[in-house]
Ligand binder design. Structure first.
Ligand SMILES: O=C(O)CCC(=O)C(=O)O
Length: 268
């Protein structure tokens, strides 16, 4: 390990399931990330979606799994210091890249990102971490919000964001999320004031959501996701988010994610 993080940082991550790290990207890499996000916005992929309604005064746009077509994202996902941070937080070897997710909220966007855990939407069991990296300044009131300690589980029912349908696990098979918005002070919610190139690392099971972006600027984010050594393929009987249909029958159920789609990023 390279010692980018202090023991306190690593302990905080393991205790809370979330860690804010300043200046993970260099100024040049922030420009690279901006260019990669612009590439994605100009040339959206098969999985791109608008996650805000037509009556929203802003817009929330997402795209997934673009690193193989967008060299700027590939460079940051595989060759920046982000994989090293992920390796220090996850521990052990090998650490694999999982996928990228671009999330842009235009100024004035009202659409909230509902509270959720990521892992119930995924096709992996085991551990992983996301690095949520803004390339614009983000005030605490516009930041990703994370419930400290929720990474201990259990899994909560994943639902579609716009209409709340149980599309992944059958209705009734997992606990529902608590109504955090009804009493936010009852939950240990973490949010941070962020500068471009900072990162919030969080566990695949940490409950999180985000407010709209009722500010003048934009909130452009590149999220890079990494798999711990214990992560294994968990094919589901439904389309995951993002989907990886091409893996069914290729990586056996319960096997490591040993496939070119998930390159080893640590050790280099
Ligand atoms: O950026 C957002 O609004 C939500 C991000 C999120 O849910 C994620 O990165 O998993």
């Amino acid at each position: 390990m390279t010692g980018l993080l202090s023991d306190d940082d690593v302990q905080t991550y393991h205790r809370d399931g979330v860690l804010h790290v300043k200046a993970v990207l260099s100024p040049e890499e922030i420009e690279t990330a901006r260019a990669g996000i612009q590439h994605v916005l100009d040339d959206s992929g098969m999985l791109a979606q608008t996650a805000s309604g037509v009556d929203d005064p802003g817009r929330f746009v997402e795209d997934f799994r673009r690193w193989q077509e967008v060299p700027e994202i590939e460079q940051l996902a595989l060759q920046s210091r982000v994989p090293e941070y992920a390796a220090e937080l996850l521990g052990g070897e090998p650490i694999r890249f999982y996928h990228d997710h671009v999330l842009v909220k235009e100024g004035g966007t009202r659409q909230r990102t509902p509270w959720h855990q990521d892992q119930p939407y995924y096709n992996v069991d085991g551990h992983g971490t996301s690095a949520w990296i803004p390339v614009d300044p983000v005030p605490a009131a516009g930041c990703l919000q994370l419930v400290a300690g929720s990474h201990e589980g259990p899994w909560k029912m994943p639902r579609t964001f716009l209409d709340g349908k149980a599309k992944w696990f059958p209705e009734g098979t997992l606990d529902e999320l608590p109504d955090i918005d009804a009493d936010p002070d009852a939950f240990p919610i973490k949010a941070f004031q962020l500068e471009p190139g900072d990162a919030i690392f969080f566990d695949f099971l940490t409950i999180h959501g985000a407010p709209g972006f009722p500010f003048a600027g934009r909130r452009r984010v590149l999220s890079l996701r990494y798999l711990a050594p214990d992560a294994v393929h968990a094919p589901r009987g439904w389309v995951t988010s993002p989907p990886f249909d091409e893996l069914v029958g290729v990586i056996p159920d319960g096997a490591p994610m040993d496939h070119p789609l998930f390159p080893v990023v640590w050790p280099r």
